[in-house]
Design a protein around this ligand. Sequence first.
Ligand code: C2O
Ligand code: CU
Length: 575
Amino acid sequence: MTIKANYQHSLNRRSFIRGAGFVGGFAIVTGTSSLLSSCSPQPSEISPKNPVSSVPDSKFIPDIEINLKAEPKTVQILAGQPTQVWSYAAELVKGDPSSLQNIPDSYLGPIIRVRKGQRVRVNFQNNLPQGQFSIVHWHGLILPEDMDGHPRFAIQPGQTYIYEFEVINRAGLNWFHPHPDGLTGQQAYAGLAGLFIVTDAEEEALNLPTKAYDVPIVLQDRTLDDDNQLLYLGSKIGTPRNPNMGNMGNMSGMQQDKSGQSSNDMMGDMSSMMGFLGQKIFVNGKPNFTLSAATRVYRLRILNGSNSRIYKLAWSNGEPITIIGTDGSLLARPTERKYVMLAPGERIDVWADFSKLKVGTEVYLKSLAFSGAENVGGSNMNGMKGADDAPELGSAMVLFKVKIEREEKETLQLPSKLVALPLLRPEEAVNATQPRPVELSLQGMKWVINGQPFEMNTALPQETVKLNSIEQWEIINKLNPGAIMDAKGMAHPIHLHGVQFQVISREVLPELAAGWETVKDGYVDEGLKDTVMVMPGERVKLLMKFEKYSGLYTYHCHTLEHEDAGMMRNYRIEG
Ligand code: C2O
Ligand code: CU
């Protein structure tokens, strides 16, 4: 695909997004909404003929059983009009009442709490509007392939998918969200996400803060219009729209440029290329979040549940952040950082000691400025935000406030040792001298993995690993010479299903070192992870063992607009 150079350079990220908004509006007033929905991918084409998992297994005796519905609802987020959202509604059918906690007045789904070794049944019912096929992915959990929420198992509105699995993960914060091909970004943005917290004996022995002092923090960015409705890439949630805005232009007969591509194609492509950024930071489903705290230690488990926004977390009082865990595990011992990078999908477990603060003190968790994560288009793409626009990727911002309001004595000590991690040694990998390459690059206006877009049911021979083998993978965020607007690339958070990995090395191309220097001290690579941020020009080596289940799993960029546009592949674990 070619786009005229003069046109490219007259547009910046913001005007692309605004333009996409206009397209959405145009489609509605001209009544093309039926066209739009008829152009959505047809699940019948992409789901397998399928033993859809719709009948419970009578031999499976769950410790916890939950009915989970994805459905539209309204919540009072701001004063005035309630906001229409899509949300997971849950009810406990069986199990300890503490295993399910709903979050009142939020679009955010429930918190499910389980112990390692427990057996869980979830009856997932898709009650979303027509065209919104869906499936739940349990991000972080190690599960059999048909329990993992691969997009090939997506079900239609009205259908039910039954999950039955045993939790084999270590203690940690996992989460769940939709995973249908091409629709993940809008469904997650509309509110579909929840937490899945695993505990185990090793964690309990540590005497970490619990109950009201163990606080999940879900960071997201959202844009609301004047009527308090969520806007996603220019459309209101619930408005029939094509999951890939790139096709809108063709349907509404917009003007084509010489290359045969309409300008709206390009705007849609631009949105999926850059990713969605919202105007306001939401914490646990609410803007302007304040944590009312006591003078004691808290455990803050922070998830970046944003579609695209990356945060550079830091305390406003200059104290370092004390970290006790990452995506898939507690660490062997606590570690400190001046700041912590948290890309979409990643989690960080923080020991937050407010015991030395006076009642009345306010501290903020901020995101500090950083650069180089968005290198598409050169200097004309930066610093062009208007009054109503979302902050750029890498802008400094306040995420939430902690207000010390109560005196409380407590005697918890930060343990000097946490858990015994089953860490692998790099030389144990079968391909230690030749890690499996995973190249991230731009093809036209689409990000791809090893030069290929997503294919629903295939994994190539070079995407096949052996069950029980230890491997190294090397994620390479390539330069894209000659690509649109001289793309030097974007940061991509790469997520692997079906496995937890170690990050064993990182290096960066000298020509892109400047941006990398503004983030590199915030990587926390000591624990087990399932999502890893990879900056432009960066190469990151992972080490992992595929030890439990065989089958077809995905790996992808967790910038949801990239994932939806095809920055996803399958890999096969061969038994
Ligand atoms: Cu949280 Cu495949 O994603
Ligand atoms: Cu990406």
